[in-house]
Structures are given as C-alpha cells and as structure tokens.
Design a protein around this ligand. Structure first.
Ligand code: PLP
Length: 327
C-alpha cells in the first residue's frame, strides 16, 4: 500500500554516509547533554527564535500530553475535528475533551469558541494551524482572539504548528499564555526519530517543562536532527520535492472536483468531503493507495490524502480517472 494516511514525508532526508558519520560520532555511551543544546541552538538560529524559550521532547505528541498534564487541570477544549491526540491525551487524565463543533462545510466559528470558553472556563485550548484534518490556515486575528479569551479565564493556548513548514509564514498571536508546538516529523522527514519542540515564554515555559525527564531526547535523534540542518542546499532540495508533490496531489484530486468537495490546503495533505468522498477513498484503497478515512461521526463523509513520491502520481491519476468514469 502507498501510505497517504499519516501526513508524513515519503522520503528520508539523510544519505547513508551522513547517517554513518553521525552514528560514529555520537557518544551514545554517555547521557545526552550538549547534543540537546546544540540542536536547540541550530533550530533557534534557523527560525530566529530565542534558544532559552525552546525545549525538545519525543515528538510534539509528548508535548500535547505534557500540556494537558501541566496546563489542563481545569478542562481542555478544542475544535471538533482537530488532531485526534488532543482527545486521547485529555481523556487519559480528565473525563472528557470539551469540543466546539465545526460548521457543515468544515469551517470554524471563532465567536462560538469564545462563547464556549466563557461558559466552560477550560484552562487549556488546543488548536492546530494549519489545521488537521482540513489543511486550513487560521487568521492571526482569530488565533489572537482565542489566546486573549483564554487569558481572560486564566488559561493557556497551545498552537500546534506541526505543518507550519508547508504553509506561508504568518504574524503569530502574542501572549505569555501561548505554547507553540513544532516537529521534525513532517517536512523534515524524521517522524521515526520523534523530535518535537515546544516554544513558550516565562512561567508558561517553566510549567510545561515541570514534568520533564532529566534527558528529554536521545543523543542519536538529536545529532541526526542537527546533521539535517548542516547542509542547506540539500535540505532546500528535500523541501522542494515535497512542495512539488503537494502540487501534484492538488492536480490529481482536482480531476474530480465536480464530484467531491476539496478544501484548499496549506499543509502536506488535502481534505475532501461530500457524499462520494469515502467512495473515492475506498476505490483508491482497492488500487493500493491508503488515504485516511474516519469513524468519528463528524468526519464520516470525509477522507484525507497526504503527499506521496512523485513517481507514484501517474498511477494515482489513472486510478482517480478510472473512478470518475463510474459517474
Ligand atoms: C496536528 C498534529 N500535531 C502533532 C502531531 C504529532 O507529531 P509528532 O510526530 O511530532 O508527535 C501530528 C501528527 O500527525 C499532527 O497532525
């Protein structure tokens, strides 16, 4: 099966030579120490961030869990749908995730979210931007409104920027109560190495780090991540491959935009919905492509497709056209 259900990168970013060099030079007989600071400094420089406001963990997943545990005591709220792990981690420690449903066209009403926050007073609101699963990028004003409303109830906002590297840079909302999450699992092609970052200021930073293990990430992952940023040209090529793949995916699905509804996406995946969306997904499964379908009620008519290798598009295009001919 060609994987299209995980929003990961179809290629690996490092050559065998680079990997061997990193493994040979990693002091894995010692606890990781300067490896962590080195990677944080490299990442901070690449994104013009303050290294003292960054910490690493095993994927942004671990940060979601830590945010729930350290900031979510009085309730956690999110839009429905959003990234499934918000619900799973919340329901490990609280009775339920509080949710604000999307509109029938999978748009989001921020006034409704504000009202829900004022009524329920959660201590944490989590949102992905670009949004998973729709690929939509929210406006700065909308995110600022969420951050400010959470501040009014003495709460925090987690802004999960897992897919931000596929989108346009944007003016970020401001506030001491915001935690930004980043990852090397998507555009950087390192999902298996589990490298997630949290960025926050002052007391918020202290709080989300209050339950850390002494060594937050292993030395090999950290050194492989540092190696990735050492060759700018190679990295740019790797990114461009994925941007091209996204273009091809957009074109492939546009062939059937008269039969299914397609959301314009700023991530490495495309969200489709409508009466025939799942039918197309199931047809493609029978042809060896594995999109994401859902069993949650709100997403029952939806399917999401992530980027694949460029070489796989001719077969995908052919399969989509074969499906189209049925209608
Ligand atoms: C919105 C969002 N946040 C976080 C994650 C988890 O990423 P990581 O691999 O860094 O744990 C995902 C993974 O699919 C995601 O879609």
């Amino acid at each position: 099966m060609i994987i299209m259900n995980r929003n990961t990168c179809p290629l690996k970013p490092l050559s065998n030579e680079q990997i061997i060099k990193v493994v040979q030079n990693t002091d894995y007989n010692q606890y990781p120490d300067q490896e962590r600071q080195r990677f944080i400094n490299i990442y901070a420089k690449a994104y013009d961030l303050n290294p003292s406001e960054i910490e690493v963990a095993n994927g942004s997943d671990e940060w979601i869990q830590k945010a729930v545990m350290t900031l979510g005591q009085n309730g956690v709220m999110a839009f429905n749908p959003d990234f499934v792990m918000y619900k799973i981690y919340t329901e490990q420690v609280l009775p339920e995730l509080l949710t604000v449903d999307c509109e029938p066209d999978f748009s989001f009403d921020f006034a409704k979210a504000v009202q829900a926050i004022q009524e329920r007073k959660p201590s944490l609101f989590m949102i992905s931007n670009p949004h998973n699963p729709t690929g939509v990028m929210f406006k700065t004003e909308e995110l600022q409104l969420l951050a400010d409303t959470m501040a009014e109830v003495d709460g925090y906002l987690v802004l999960d920027e897992c897919y931000i590297d596929f989108a346009v840079d944007y003016e970020r909302p401001q506030g001491q109560n915001i935690v930004f999450l980043r990852t090397l699992s998507k555009l950087y092609g390192m999902a298996g190495l589990r490298i997630g970052l949290a960025i926050a200021q002052g007391e918020t930073f202290t709080k989300i780090n209050s339950i850390n293990h002494p060594y937050t990430l292993n030395s090999l992952s950290l050194n492989l991540a540092s190696e990735l940023f050492s060759n700018k040209e190679k990295l740019a090529e790797f990114k461009n491959y994925q941007f091209e793949s996204k273009k091809q995916l957009t074109k492939a699905l546009a062939q059937v935009n008269d039969l299914i509804t397609i959301k314009p996406s700023l991530a490495n995946y495309i969200f489709t919905f409508g009466d025939l969306a799942v039918d197309l997904a199931e047809f493609l499964i029978s042809k060896g492509f594995l999109p994401r379908t859902y069993d949650t009620p709100i997403l029952k008519n939806a399917a999401r497709y992530s980027i694949i290798k460029l070489d796989d598009y001719p077969a995908l295009n052919q399969a989509i056209m074969e499906w189209k001919q049925k209608y």
